[in-house]
Design a protein around this ligand. Structure first.
Ligand code: 9MG
Length: 271
C-alpha cells in the first residue's frame, strides 16, 4: 500500500435528523442498503451512528440509540464481512453494537461519557477512535478558544490514549482524531488539518473527518447546503491523506476513493 492510501470510512447515519441526508436512511432496510452501496463504491469501513453530533443536537437515550443502530449493524453483518464501526459516546450502546457485529467504537467523547467507558473499551477488545471535542455537542461552537490549537489537541489526545491504555485498551487498537468542527473555529480546523503530521507523531494512527462540514461553507459561502460541499470535502480528504491520515470518514465514498486513487497515481509517477 502506498503512503497515500488511507482507508475510507463510509457514513451510515440512522438518526431521524441527520444533518447531511435529512433522515432518508432512517429505515433499517434503507440504512443497510445504503451501507452496502457504500461498500460497492469502495468503502473499507462503515460507521453506523444513531445520535446526531452536529452542533446544537439534543442527546438521545441509550435505549433509543441501541434500537436505531443494532438492527442496522446486524443487517450489515449478515451481508458483509468488513469492518463496521459504531459511532456512539455510550458504553452500553458500544457493547450492544459489538455483540451485533461491530468491530470498532468511534467515540467522539474519547471515553469520557461515563466513568465505565475506558474499562468497557478494554473489555470489548475492539478498535477505538478517540476524538477531540471541546465542550459538548449542544454548546461546543459557542466561541471556542485555544492558545495553540495543535499543541492542545495533540496533548489532550495523547492523555486520552494514555488513560485508555491504563484501563487496559491495547495500544494497537487506538486511533486518534482531531475532531474537525467539534468546538473549533474555521481557523482551528484548518490549522489542525495542516498539522495532521504532528498529531500522527503522537504515536497512534489518525482518523480524519471533515466531510460536508460547515468549515467548507465558511470558505465557500455559496455552499449552505451540505450536499453542495463535495469539492471542499474532497480537497480536505486529499490534504489529510497527504499528511498521513490512516482513515478518512466521508459521505461521498465513490468520489473520495477516486480522488485518492488519482492522488496516489500522481505520487507514484513522481517517485
Ligand atoms: C460522528 N462524527 C462526526 N464527525 C466526526 C469526525 O470528524 N470524526 C469522528 N471520529 N466521528 C465523527
Amino acid at each position: 500500500m502506498s503512503a497515500f492510501a488511507p482507508r475510507v470510512m463510509g457514513i451510515v447515519n440512522v438518526t431521524p435528523d441527520s444533518f447531511s441526508d435529512g433522515g432518508r436512511h432512517a429505515g433499517v432496510e434503507a440504512a443497510v442498503a445504503h451501507g452496502l452501496a457504500l461498500v460497492e463504491q469502495g468503502a473499507d469501513i462503515l460507521d453506523v451512528g444513531g445520535e446526531s453530533t452536529r452542533p446544537g443536537a439534543e442527546p438521545v437515550d441509550a435505549a433509543a440509540e441501541i434500537a436505531r443502530v443494532v438492527p442496522v449493524i446486524e443487517g450489515l453483518r449478515g451481508r458483509w464481512s468488513g469492518s463496521i464501526s459504531v459511532d456512539t459516546m455510550k458504553p452500553e450502546v458500544a457493547r450492544a453494537a459489538v455483540a451485533a457485529g461491530a468491530t470498532m467504537w468511534n467515540d467522539v467523547a474519547a471515553l469520557r461519557f461515563s466513568s465505565e467507558a475506558p474499562a468497557v473499551a478494554a473489555e470489548l477488545g475492539c478498535d477505538v477512535v478517540l476524538m477531540h471535542m471541546k465542550g459538548e455537542p449542544r454548546t461546543m461552537q459557542d466561541d471556542p478558544r485555544y492558545d495553540d490549537v495543535v499543541a492542545e489537541v495533540s496533548g489532550w489526545l495523547a492523555a486520552r490514549a494514555q488513560a485508555a491504555v491504563a484501563a487496559g485498551v491495547a495500544p494497537e487498537r487506538i486511533w486518534l482524531d482531531p475532531g474537525i468542527g467539534f468546538g473549533k473555529t474555521v481557523a482551528h480546523n484548518l490549522a489542525l488539518t495542516a498539522a495532521l503530521g504532528r498529531l500522527a507523531a503522537v504515536g497512534f494512527p489518525v482518523l480524519y473527518g471533515a466531510s460536508r462540514k460547515r468549515t467548507i461553507q465558511s470558505l465557500d459561502p455559496t455552499a449552505a447546503d451540505p450536499l453542495d460541499r463535495l469539492g471542499g470535502s474532497l480537497a480536505l480528504a486529499l490534504e489529510a491523506a497527504r499528511r498521513g491520515a490512516g482513515i478518512i470518514r466521508v459521505h461521498d465514498v465513490r468520489e473520495t476513493v477516486q480522488a485518492l486513487k488519482v492522488q496516489a497515481a500522481v505520487t507514484e509517477a513522481g517517485r
